[in-house]
Design a protein around this ligand. Structure first.
Ligand SMILES: NC(=O)c1ccc[n+]([C@@H]2O[C@H](COP(=O)([O-])OP(=O)(O)OC[C@H]3O[C@@H](n4cnc5c(N)ncnc54)[C@H](OP(=O)(O)O)[C@@H]3O)[C@@H](O)[C@H]2O)c1
Length: 319
């Protein structure tokens, strides 16, 4: 495992962060409770000390699994927990909720679910256009003064929204989407990094499409995140990703490494990313993903990937 400073927070985080959207059990493939809880333990065993979650991940279920596992292992203090507010999951729908009273209530629930009395990194999950930024950020300031949260962050904000939020509080962490198949936010991420804002990126495996597991176009359930959230599982992007996978297959054969590690390696080599969040729900996948730190893509391989990405990027830019 590699570790780094998360921006100016003075938190020393693993460069791989465990993503727990799937572990919450809604919108992804279903695994047993035992398997999901063992996945969290596997992450700790592999040296991952950074876990990302949210009350929106199946109405707090992901937080509850994490709380149970960390409590049982007695390692709460060794793990840096990032959870979120401002996005509720009610009856299968995600609803933005930046109002101060809701944030105060959500934070209490997260503390309870996670079996802890502090949250290391507390992020606004999505901006709420119906609530003044000042109200949302003031609520987070209050929680920080109370010692319930230690660092404030935002996710899915534009540059303008981050600058607006910074009028009211110190933004220390940013969580955007970033991967080979989604580089739209690259300039903003570089800007955030230059401001010493810690950057934790999600969707590093493009929701799984960069693992090579999906080679045929398929219809997913309405609430499946591969249908609803990540656009690469549909045309016109799907067939462009398949072209990229051919180059990844070539590198995979030459290096004898899984595709997953190529996608992770590509992202981890970006100096402006503090930690990549990877969603996985079983021990074998987490152990396999952690092997990415045993090797590095060389400059020729990165160039090959960039070349293969050209057509995809042009197609995405046109959308
Ligand atoms: N702030 C936000 O708005 C936001 C949005 C999205 C995600 N996130 C965070 O970022 C995390 C990561 O994003 P994500 O989970 O959407 O997508 P992701 O990490 O790009 O991909 C997750 C998918 O990859 C699969 N996978 C992982 N390792 C694998 C391996 N070695 N072999 C084969 N398949 C593998 C997982 O399978 P299984 O599930 O079957 O194990 C899952 O289907 C989330 O869990 C969440 O914590 C935040």
């Amino acid at each position: 495992m590699e570790y780094t400073e998360l921006g100016k927070t003075q938190l020393h985080v693993s460069r791989m962060c465990l993503g727990t959207w799937g572990i919450g059990g809604a919108g992804w493939d279903l695994y047993s409770d035992e398997c999901r809880m063992d996945a969290i333990k596997a992450a700790v065993d592999c040296g991952i000390n950074f876990i990302d979650t949210a009350p929106a991940y199946n109405g707090g279920r992901a937080e509850k699994y994490i709380g149970q596992v960390l409590h049982k292992l007695g390692v709460r203090k060794e793990v840096i927990l990032a959870t979120k507010c401002g996005n509720e999951f009610i009856n299968g729908k995600y609803i933005r909720c930046g109002a101060a009273d809701k944030i105060m209530r959500e934070c209490e629930e997260s503390l309870h679910n996670l079996k802890t009395d502090y949250i290391d990194v507390y992020l606004v999950h999505w901006p709420d256009p119906n609530v003044p930024m000042e109200e949302t950020m003031d609520a987070l300031n209050t929680l920080k003064k109370q010692g319930k949260i230690l660092h404030i962050g935002v996710s899915n904000f534009t540059k303008e929204q981050i600058e607006e939020a910074e009028k009211y509080c110190d933004i220390e962490v940013y969580q955007p989407q970033y991967s080979m198949v989604d580089r739209k936010g690259e300039q903003l991420i570089q800007w955030a990094y230059a401001q010493r804002i810690g950057v934790m990126t999600y969707g590093t495996l493009g929701g799984g499409i960069l693992t090579g597991k999906y080679r045929e176009l398929k219809a997913y359930a309405v609430n499946d995140n591969r249908n609803r959230f990540y656009p690469y599982f549909k045309e016109p992007l799907f067939s462009k990703v398949m072209i990229l996978l051919r180059t990844m297959d070539q590198i995979s054969m030459e290096r004898n490494v899984p595709l997953t590690q190529i996608a992770l390696n590509w992202a981890l080599q970006k100096p402006f990313i503090s930690s990549c969040i990877i969603g996985a729900q079983s021990r074998d996948k987490i152990e396999e993903n952690c092997k990415v730190f045993e090797w590095k893509l060389n400059s020729d391989e990165i160039q090959l990937l960039e070349q293969a990405l050209k057509e995809y990027t042009e197609c995405m830019d046109e959308l």
